[in-house]
Write a protein that binds this ligand. Structure first.
Ligand code: ADP
Ligand code: MN
Ligand code: MN
Ligand code: MN
Length: 347
């Protein structure tokens, strides 16, 4: 059967990549698997990934999803490779550590945008102040088409096999959130990118764009920014844990705080002000149920003897989930290695 394969990749734009995609029609006997999907190429000079003299970049398929938006179609998440087969410098997925026992839950916030402003904002001025929009119901809080879009996005994600766990209306008017869970840094981030792709594509027909900027309304107003909290747990955190181990993790995160902020999304200084349920960008803090800390410790974590998952609240909505999950896993691995050395010395 002829199958429409939508090859999806990240371009070379700074400070945050855009999603790109194009369609290839391929005939398969039966349902294709990832191994059946061919490598393809594109013009990197049009995506800030090559100059015109040698513009070929290669698309290596790395994950395959049913495409619920079209008949006989699949979504093909790709890594970008150089002609010699090595990862392109913009290929963040290739460079991160991975571990299927490291679990990630991303809370992607975003604004629906129409005519250059959040959906539901009047042409001049502002809607009523924040208060009732978060998890709100009713036309005055969510408007007319937002819920149709959000509901359709849920169904698209589920039909694509994405582990979308929930959605909610957020604090600002026109602002929403969806949550994606995945095992392994690559798989979890692949699913976030595909969920973003499906949302952007869905909204085309509504004349609506998704604004992923962490502070689209600027810092001068009292409107919330958008984050992408990253909840994480490793096997050791879930099965062993303990207060001493937790303290060692937090020391490692503190030591690495600048390295984390470096990959937690652009313009985060506009968002991480210490106001609006955020921590200050230049400090590392943690606390039980504390939504003003860099890392929030869920109550369940303490009740279970410092076992379970933690929430890093600093990553923002425009961040690259590959880099975010990769950095978190790297810092945990460094803490594990330092502890192993300590234990060897003590023994
Ligand atoms: P809140 O808005 O209160 O911060 P959400 O319910 O929006 O929390 O998101 C919680 C996230 O935590 C979900 O994405 C979920 O998948 C994730 N999560 C739950 N358990 C784990 C775990 N053991 N490891 C990693 N992530 C987890
Ligand atoms: Mn949430
Ligand atoms: Mn939220
Ligand atoms: Mn959260």
């Amino acid at each position: 059967m002829k199958t429409k394969l939508e090859y999806i990749w990240l371009d070379g734009y700074e400070p945050a990549p855009n999603l790109r995609s194009k369609t290839k029609i391929v005939a398969f006997d039966g349902e294709p698997t990832l191994e059946d999907v061919p490598v393809w190429n594109f013009d990197g000079s049009s995506t800030r990934q090559a100059d015109g003299s040698s513009s070929d970049c290669f698309l290596q398929p790395v994950a395959l999803f049913p495409d619920p938006g079209r008949a006989n179609a699949m979504l093909v998440m790709c890594e970008v490779l150089l002609p010699d087969g090595t990862p392109h410098p913009t290929n963040s997925r290739a460079s991160i550590p991975d571990d299927p026992d490291a679990w990630f839950g991303f809370e992607q916030e975003y604004f629906l945008y129409k005519d250059g402003r959040p959906l539901g904002f009047p042409a001049d001025g502002f809607p009523g102040p924040q208060g009732e929009y978060y998890t709100g119901v009713g036309f005055k809080n969510v408007g007319d088409v937002a819920r149709d879009i959000v509901d359709a996005h849920i169904d698209l994600c589920l039909a694509a096999g994405i582990d979308l766990e929930g959605v909610n209306a957020e604090v600002a008017k026109g602002q929403w959130e969806f949550q994606i869970f995945g095992k392994g840094s690559r798989r979890a981030a692949d699913e976030v990118w595909i969920a973003r792709y499906l949302l952007l594509r869905l909204c085309e027909r509504y004349g609506i764009d998704i604004n992923f900027h962490p502070k689209p309304l600027g810092i001068e107003h009292d409107w919330n920014g958008s984050g992408m909290h990253c909840n994480f747990s490793t096997k050791r955190m879930r099965d062993v844990g303990g207060e001493t181990y937790f303290a060692a993790l937090m020391t490692a995160f503190d030591d690495r705080k600048d390295d984390h902020i470096a990959v937690y999304g652009p313009d985060n200084d506009m968002r991480l002000t210490g106001l609006h349920e955020t921590a200050a960008i230049d400090e590392f803090t943690y606390g039980v149920a504390n939504r003003g800390a860099s890392i929030r410790i869920p109550w369940s974590f303490v009740q279970n003897g410092y076992r379970g998952y933690l929430e890093d609240r600093r990553p923002n909505s425009l961040g690259d989930p590959y880099c975010i999950a990769g950095r978190i896993l790297q810092t945990i691995t460094e803490a594990d290695m330092a502890l192993a050395v300590d234990e060897a010395v003590a023994a």
